[in-house]
Ligand binder design. Structure first.
Ligand SMILES: Nc1ncnc2c1ncn2[C@@H]1O[C@H](COP(=O)(O)OP(=O)(O)O)[C@@H](O)[C@H]1O
Ligand SMILES: [Mg+2]
Length: 238
């Protein structure tokens, strides 16, 4: 059988080991296949961001294993992790994390510069991804000239520009009004339809209900893992 995209085995993360330790992840076991659209839901403090940091290779677990594309990344050093991260994962955060004095297209191009992609290809990829999120007419605007929803779309364009197979979004609609949230969720659905694996982290039931599979986390443990029967995607049978 082909190895799952993501497989975590008995994953634990303990902050401040010792007397005041916090067991943020407590023996988590989970598998995610290529092309899935999964929401990870839990209350504040349940361990969602910690889990995202592990899945996104931003941090390593205290114990347990994490296989990404069949390779154990849980014991990798920082420099190896950053190579995996750059190749595999596009990040979207609640706070957009755009650079204020750069235009939309410059923000999208920036990580492509770090990847050593040449100027022409960079521009092409940036225009392509900004068009995909409906911002082809806003490319030369700076973040403070755009609404929150538009800024988050720039951040999504930045996340997808290098075409990573996995999108990891931590509370991507946390700072947005309901209309903008709907837009952002629509874009994430489109990403899923084009074959990307989308992992959406949220504390909001209504947002989690937009995903095809909902994994509930509580006190660092997986409490439930359910398929959303109402999930609507015309592409389902393809
Ligand atoms: N760097 C850290 N040092 C110590 N404790 C932390 C750290 N990051 C998170 N925690 C603790 O770990 C638990 C899980 O936090 P977090 O993963 O941020 O949860 P969530 O994203 O679901 O709100 C919480 O009790 C939090 O206080
Ligand atoms: Mg969090």
């Amino acid at each position: 059988m082909e190895e799952a995209l993501i497989r975590v085995v008995d994953l634990c993360k303990i902050y401040n080991p010792g007397e005041n330790e916090v067991r943020a992840l407590d023996h988590v076991n989970l598998q995610i296949d290529r092309g899935e659209f999964v929401a990870i839901i839990g209350q504040s403090g349940s361990g969602k961001s910690t889990f995202m940091n592990m899945l996104g290779c931003l941090d390593v677990p205290t114990s347990g294993e994490y296989y990404l594309n069949g390779t154990d990344v849980s014991t990798m050093k920082d420099n190896q992790l950053s190579v995996v991260r750059n190749k595999e994962i596009g990040f979207i955060f609640q706070g957009f994390n755009l650079i204020a004095n750069l235009t939309a297209i410059e923000n999208v191009e920036l990580p492509l510069i770090y990847r050593g992609i040449d100027r022409k290809t960079r521009k092409q990829l940036a225009v392509e991804s900004l068009t995909m999120v409906g911002l082809e007419k806003r490319m030369h605007h700076k973040p403070n000239e755009m609404s929150g929803g538009q800024q988050q779309r720039v951040a999504i364009a930045r996340a997808i520009a290098a075409k990573p197979p996995v999108i990891l979004a931590d509370e991507p609609t946390g700072n947005l009004d309901s209309a903008s949230s709907k837009e952002i969720l629509g874009i994430l659905k489109d990403m899923h339809k084009t074959g990307k694996t989308v992992i959406l982290i949220t504390h909001d039931n209504g947002i989690a209900a937009q995903a095809k599979r909902v994994v509930r986390i509580m006190d660092g443990k997986i409490e439930s893992d359910l398929i959303n029967e109402q999930f609507d995607s015309e592409e389902e049978d393809l």
